[in-house]
Design a binder for this molecule. Structure first.
Ligand code: CO8
Length: 259
């Protein structure tokens, strides 16, 4: 994996994926997407890492979208556009399906494919200077990395339609108000705050954390009743694990659990 375009680092149960093309405001070209895919391959079977933090380098931009210069090369190339969109969407699905809890740490611009990348993470923590938009219609396009679907699920279809067809740029506070982001913090506190959230997660029982994500995601493709059945099944599975034996004993013995 190239050291330059995507930095990938593992530290104490946490992984960090940072897109590093500051001169192009971290735009997603094919190499960046390939490296994100490779990182997902590393993470998908890793049981030690519990949290992935996705960010962009520099202060100005998380990710300013797909690389527009590469998109120009795809113009009028028969099914190349569709293929590229599908390929990128599959990579973002891999990211979404990772067993780790994935946090998009957003400073500056999260535009187009950049917002779609953030939406493929479990949740977003934003600096007060973050700006969000799906501006594809200004280019004669629509979102192509599943943004139409994920934005509508996250903030509702009425708001998603307005966001996409107006191409309006929204502040972090506006994104917070409609549920796109979980937290907005001062720029200088963004890294430390995200670390605090990650530390809270890794203190908890790892299998339970992973299972919670899996069960919540299952609700997207199931009825309420099916989702509740999946929850009961996994609750039962967890209750038979050594992890819950330790957690419950620790509570009763009034000591911290050792996971
Ligand atoms: N792609 C390529 N290069 C970019 C991109 C981008 N998305 N965004 C910025 N850059 C480059 C600029 O070209 C510029 O490079 P250079 O110095 O070589 O000219 C450098 O980054 C700095 O950018 P600006 O000079 O424009 O900086 P400003 O501060 O003036 O403006 C903005 C910052 C507002 C973020 C502006 O750069 C901008 O509007 N960028 C484009 C945002 C955008 O439209 N994003 C959506 C792209 S489309 C998309 O994401 C579709 C995803 C689905 C694809 C599906 C595949 C089929």
């Amino acid at each position: 994996m190239s050291e330059n375009i995507v930095h990938f680092e593992i530290k104490n149960k946490k992984a960090y994926l940072q897109i590093n093309r500051p001169n192009a405001l971290n735009a997603l070209n094919k190499n960046v997407l390939t490296e994100i895919r490779d990182c997902c391959e590393i993470l998908k079977d890793n049981k030690q890492i519990q949290v992935l933090i996705v960010s962009g380098s520099g202060d100005k931009s998380f990710v300013a979208g797909a690389d527009i210069k590469e998109l120009q090369e795809l113009h009028n190339q028969n099914k190349e556009g569709e293929n590229f969109s599908q390929w990128g969407a599959e990579i973002f699905s891999k990211l979404e399906q990772l067993p780790q809890i994935t946090i998009a740490r957003v400073q500056g611009f999260a535009l187009g494919g950049g917002l779609e990348l953030a939406l493929a993470c479990d949740f977003i923590i934003a600096s007060e200077k973050a700006r969000f938009s799906l501006p594809e219609v200004t280019l004669g396009l629509i979102p192509g990395f599943s943004g139409t679907q994920r934005l509508a699920k996250r903030i509702g279809s009425a708001k998603a339609i307005e966001w996409i067809v107006t191409a309006e740029r929204y502040s972090a506070t506006e994104a917070l108000a409609c549920g796109l982001v979980n937290h907005v913090v001062k720029s200088e506190d963004l890294i430390a705050f995200t670390e605090q959230i990650a530390e809270k997660i890794i203190k908890n029982a790892p299998l339970a954390v992973k299972t919670a994500k899996k069960v919540i995601q299952a609700s997207e493709d199931s009825t309420f009743k099916e989702g509740c059945d999946i929850e009961s099944k996994h609750f039962g599975l967890l209750l038979n694990q050594s992890e819950s034996a330790e957690g419950i004993s620790a509570f009763i013995e009034k000591r911290p659990a050792q996971f």
